[in-house]
Design a protein around this ligand. Structure first.
Ligand code: PLP
Length: 411
């Protein structure tokens, strides 16, 4: 709270802020003192080893971001300019951007209603029709949205049937499982992000995982400017500066040690919301697949304005006025001006989710009083409706102008 009683406002609650433990500071200082202040070093190697073990994969390559992991995955799997890659429309833009970085074209697939992830039925239609048209899809890039794995029994089966590679964008889902197996291990290559808002963070950073040594070696090679093995600088192909710094890897190792606790707390947040607002008319929490276990990286709700009496944007504005950050669900890629020209299969489900979906504060450092404050605001929005106070419906486009963006999480 502010110390000035005249301007006392409650401290800001962020959507998904970083959450450090004492480990990270100690490891970071150790890395600093060792003078390995470079995009290589003992912490990078140890982080890769420990991460691979945690996720149950053979190899992990520490990178500067989740986006760079996606870019390298597409390059390594041989995706070329003009190829078509089927991917989720409901995602963060980095997924689609990576497809464009290699000159390929995304084909957007709508969400299924029971997980909000890529719909395998629509994917099957797209793979079949693209093959019939004589321009088969070259890869599937599936996204595990909001901390939950996509339906990999179905998606993997389709990729095997059409003999195309599967890339798993697990940027949001570290710690999730599907049929008891960890997220990130379902693709030929899996990609993670340690961006500031993720379940564990290195401020920025990413990891590429795979079971093939050849692909891990290729990722390391491309990520270090594709330096050929000569004493001088020799380059036979174009490379990238995508390796993770040893300092950030030290932070990552500390964060990895508390991952299970962070997952548990985010799941507890979700249960709290479920109990406290899940039964309000018109409010539903994000669905979970029976085969999966979500980390609930972000706790999201959908709001039926007729039943609830207010829109998700009314709730967002009410939270903002109480200094609480929340955010509309991802705007689907097929609705983004930068991606409007690409093919989309379906689209209505993700459009509705964007219209009615809201991500609530979900950090692992939220206290019970923070959570109580958040649900209190949502109840008050509902009570205003019960008291028949007309506070007017808002939709996202009426209030979310670029210049009106509120203070956001440090991510
Ligand atoms: C689904 C998804 N893919 C990719 C990324 C990109 O990761 P980064 O920000 O580390 O580049 C993010 C998050 O930022 C994401 O949410």
């Amino acid at each position: 709270m502010s110390t000035n009683p005249n301007t006392a406002i409650a401290s800001r609650i962020y959507l998904s802020p970083p959450h450090m433990s004492p480990n990270e500071r100690d490891l970071l200082l150790e890395a600093f003192d060792s003078n390995w202040i470079a995009p290589l070093g003992p912490h990078v190697e140890a982080f890769e080893r420990e991460f691979a073990e945690k996720v149950g994969v053979n190899y992990a390559v520490a990178l500067s971001s989740g986006t760079s992991a996606l870019h390298l995955a597409l390059l390594i799997l041989g995706i070329e300019p003009g190829d078509e890659v089927a991917t989720s429309t409901l995602t963060f833009v980095a997924t689609a951007n990576a497809v464009r970085y290699v000159g390929a074209n995304p084909v957007f697939i709508d969400s299924e209603t029971n997980s909000w992830n890529l719909d395998p039925v629509l994917l099957a239609e797209e793979l079949r029709e693209a093959t019939q048209r004589g321009r088969p899809i070259k890869a599937v890039l599936a996204v595990d949205i909001l901390g939950q794995c996509a339906d990999y029994d179905a998606i993997r089966g389709l990729c095997d049937q059409y003999q195309i590679p599967l890339i798993e964008d697990a940027a949001e889902s570290l710690g999730a499982t599907y049929n008891g197996k960890a997220a990130g291990g379902f693709g030929d290559i899996g990609c993670f992000s340690f961006n500031g808002n993720k379940i564990i963070t290195t401020s920025s950073g990413g990891m590429l995982v795979t079971s093939k040594k050849e692909w891990a070696d290729r990722a390391r090679f491309l990520a270090t400017q594709a330096r050929d093995p000569f004493p001088h600088y020799e380059h036979s192909v174009v490379g990238y500066n995508y390796r993770m710094s040893n300092l950030l890897a030290a932070i990552g190792r500390g964060q990895l040690r508390v991952l299970d606790e962070r997952v548990q707390k985010r799941q507890d947040n979700f249960r709290f919301y479920q109990q406290e607002i899940g039964k309000l008319p018109g409010i539903e929490l994000a669905p979970e697949l029976a085969a999966g276990r979500s980390t609930n990286w972000l706790s999201c709700i959908t709001v039926d304005p007729e039943l609830f009496g207010a829109t998700c944007e009314d709730i967002r504005l009410a939270l903002e006025s109480e200094n609480i950050e929340s955010r509309p669900l991802w705007k689907p890629m097929h609705m983004q001006p930068a991606y409007a020209q690409y093919r989309v299969r379906g689209g209505r489900v993700s459009e509705q989710l964007f219209k009615n979906g809201l991500c609530l504060p979900s950090g692992s450092s939220l206290s019970t009083s923070d959570l109580t404050r958040i649900v209190g605001v949502i109840h008050s929005v509902r009570e205003r409706k019960d008291a028949k106070q007309d506070f007017g419906f808002h939709n996202a486009s009426s209030t979310l102008t670029p210049n009106a963006l509120p203070a956001r999480s440090p991510s």
